[in-house]
Each structure stands twice: as structure tokens, then as C-alpha cells.
Design a protein around this ligand. Structure first.
Ligand SMILES: O=C(O)CCC(=O)C(=O)O
Length: 260
């Protein structure tokens, strides 16, 4: 694999000390000649996003140049499931999902939701590269990634929580976005529906090209998230959610959850 310079972003550590966003981390394969070596162009430090029972961190992990290159490579490498393979079961009926999906990870790992069981393909070099950059920036390790590809603003993901029982609750879900910037909506579970029990303001984020969003506990217990349709978005976006799946077989069958 050709060289990259990984993100300089380091998350605030336990002492509250934030890493230097301009620090460049040298990879073994780093090649001084490569255009990808350009200085990290627009670094931003970690931003904390907090609300009642919501705890997220957001940063630009990759420069535009790096993100462009990663997007191009993923377009070549990622093998998506067919429409039939990713149909979800909602109220007893199968529905096609309005985007493409793929799963990669450590050998034998499976992710199940809404009646779909997705077996991980072996890591590709680019996914491994991005996973390691996320680990480097956050200190968390991941054994699985769900890839969602939105061809344009018509593709979307409906409100859901990533609260499947096989996810390690001590590990945040790390969401890397590449391509078109898309709105990301978070809504508290008590504020949903026509007659919500409570009025908690929804949180709206714009997930930029090259960004990393960390959803820390207990966010996914209390908040639903979605990427709503946006007709003005004409170009594709790839989102990678890195997760840690519990590997010991101590869990009962995971309850089916609706997601389309
Ligand atoms: O595309 C995104 O930003 C969100 C993806 C998502 O919600 C998920 O993978 O659970």
C-alpha cells in the first residue's frame, strides 16, 4: 500500500490534555515523494458534543487530500452486498435498504440487525489503514466495520440506535465519513413520535469529508441517529462505523431491530 500520513488528531486523554492536532505521525511506508505527504491542511482539534445522556467527540481525522485518496481506494476495494442480501425485516415484511452495505472485520465475526446477518469479509488494506488511524487517534481497538455507501442525497439511513447486544459497551462506535458531507441527526428516545414524553432538542451535525465522530456510552442507549435524505446532495458518500464485537459466545440471540 502506498504511503499516507495519518491524522495528527489525538483525543483528549484521561487528564483532559488534548493532543497536538498538527503533529504528524510517520508510518513505516512513508514516502517523502508522495503528494499524499502534503501537510495536514485543515486540522481541527477534538470537539465535545454533549447533551442529556449524549456524549460524542468530533474531529477531522484526515486532510482533504488524504480523504480524497482513501475514498478513491475504497471505491475500488469494497465489495458491497447485493440488494437481496441486505433486505431488512420490518413488521414481518422485507424491505430494500436505501444505500449499499458491506461488512469487514476479524475472521468469523457476524453482525445481525433487523433480521439481517452480515458476515465480515477480511480487512482490506485501506480499511485496515483507516482502522489503525482511528485506533491511533482514540486509543480504542476495533474488530469490525460496517460500510454504508450513499450514492447521493436520496440514499439515507432511518432513525435507529446501535445498541445490539453483541457490541462491546465499553468501546465507542467510531464513524469515519468520506465523500459528500451529510447531515447527521440525533434524537433522544423520549422526544420521538407525535406526542413525545419530553421535549429534548435534537442534535444536528454535519459530517465532513475526512471526519471522525465518536459515539461514546451512553449515547446509543438513549439517542437515535439518522442520515436523512437531502435532495441537493448529488455526490456519493462512504461511511465506516468501526465497532468492537464481543467475541466470547456468552450472549443469547440478539433481539431483531428495525432499521431501513
Ligand atoms: O452514515 C452514517 O453516518 C451513519 C451510519 C449508521 O448510522 C450506522 O452505521 O449505524
Amino acid at each position: 500500500m502506498d504511503p499516507f500520513v495519518t491524522s495528527p488528531c489525538k483525543r483528549a486523554n484521561a487528564t483532559g490534555e488534548s493532543g497536538n492536532p498538527r503533529k504528524r505521525i510517520k508510518l513505516e511506508e512513508e514516502d517523502e515523494e508522495s503528494p499524499i505527504m502534503a501537510e495536514f491542511s485543515n486540522p481541527i482539534p477534538w470537539q465535545k458534543i454533549e447533551a442529556e445522556e449524549l456524549d460524542c467527540d468530533y474531529a477531522l481525522l484526515f486532510s482533504k487530500q488524504q480523504a480524497d485518496e482513501l475514498f478513491k481506494r475504497l471505491e475500488k476495494e469494497v465489495e458491497y452486498f447485493t440488494e437481496e442480501e441486505t433486505r431488512v425485516l420490518v413488521f414481518g415484511k422485507l424491505h430494500r435498504i436505501p444505500r449499499k452495505q458491506a461488512t469487514y472485520g476479524d475472521s468469523g465475526l457476524m453482525y445481525s440487525f433487523s433480521g439481517v446477518h452480515l458476515l465480515a469479509r477480511p480487512w482490506t488494506p485501506t480499511l485496515e489503514y483507516i482502522r489503525d488511524a482511528v485506533t491511533d487517534a482514540t486509543g480504542n481497538t476495533f474488530n469490525f466495520v460496517l460500510v454504508n455507501r450513499y450514492k447521493d442525497g436520496h440514499d439515507h439511513i432511518c432513525e435507529h440506535r446501535d445498541d445490539e447486544r453483541e457490541l462491546d459497551p465499553t468501546c465507542p462506535i467510531a464513524s469515519v465519513s468520506l465523500g459528500a458531507a451529510r447531515d447527521f441527526m440525533l434524537r433522544h428516545r423520549d422526544s420521538r413520535g407525535q406526542q413525545p414524553q419530553r421535549r429534548i432538542k435534537p442534535v444536528k451535525l454535519l459530517l465532513a469529508h475526512g471526519s471522525l465522530l465518536l459515539m461514546n456510552q451512553p449515547t446509543n442507549t438513549h439517542w437515535y441517529h439518522s442520515v436523512p435524505p437531502r435532495k441537493r446532495v448529488l455526490t456519493p458518500r462512504i461511511n465506516l462505523t468501526f465497532r468492537r464485537i464481543v467475541t466470547e459466545n456468552v450472549l443469547g440471540p440478539a433481539p431483531a431491530r428495525a432499521r431501513s
